[in-house]
Design a protein around this ligand. Structure first.
Ligand SMILES: [Zn+2]
Length: 102
C-alpha cells in the first residue's frame, strides 16, 4: 500500500508572454499566439577579447519570426538537415535510377 502526503510546491516563474524587441508586439504563450511565441528567436551575444561588443559583455535580443525574417531573411541559408529516412529513400531512388540507365 502506498501512503500519500500533500506536497506543497514552491511557486516558480512561468513564462506568460514575450515581447519582440523590434516591433514591440507581445505574444502570449497561451492560446493561438502560443505558436508565434514559440517561433521567437532569443539571441545572446557573449563578447570575447577584441569583440566589438566589449570584452565580457553579454547582449540579448528577443525577436519575433516576422521581424527576424524581414531583417535577416536575405542572409539566411537553408541548412535543413536531411533525415536518415529521407537519405535512405534518396539512395534507394538513386540505385533504382542507376539500374535503369544500364
Ligand atoms: Zn517583431
Amino acid at each position: 500500500m502506498i501512503k500519500y502526503i500533500k506536497q506543497v510546491v514552491d511557486p516558480v516563474d512561468v513564462a506568460d508572454s514575450v515581447i519582440c524587441d523590434v516591433c514591440k508586439k507581445e505574444y502570449s504563450f497561451k492560446g493561438e499566439e502560443g505558436m508565434e511565441a514559440q517561433e521567437f528567436q532569443h539571441i545572446r551575444v557573449n563578447g570575447g577579447y577584441g569583440s566589438v561588443f566589449g570584452d565580457g559583455a553579454v547582449w540579448a535580443v528577443d525577436i519575433c519570426q516576422h521581424c527576424f525574417k524581414e531583417i535577416m531573411g536575405k542572409y539566411l541559408r537553408d541548412v535543413t538537415p536531411i533525415y536518415s529516412e529521407d537519405l535512405a529513400f534518396k539512395i534507394a531512388c538513386d540505385l533504382t535510377e542507376e539500374g535503369r540507365s544500364k
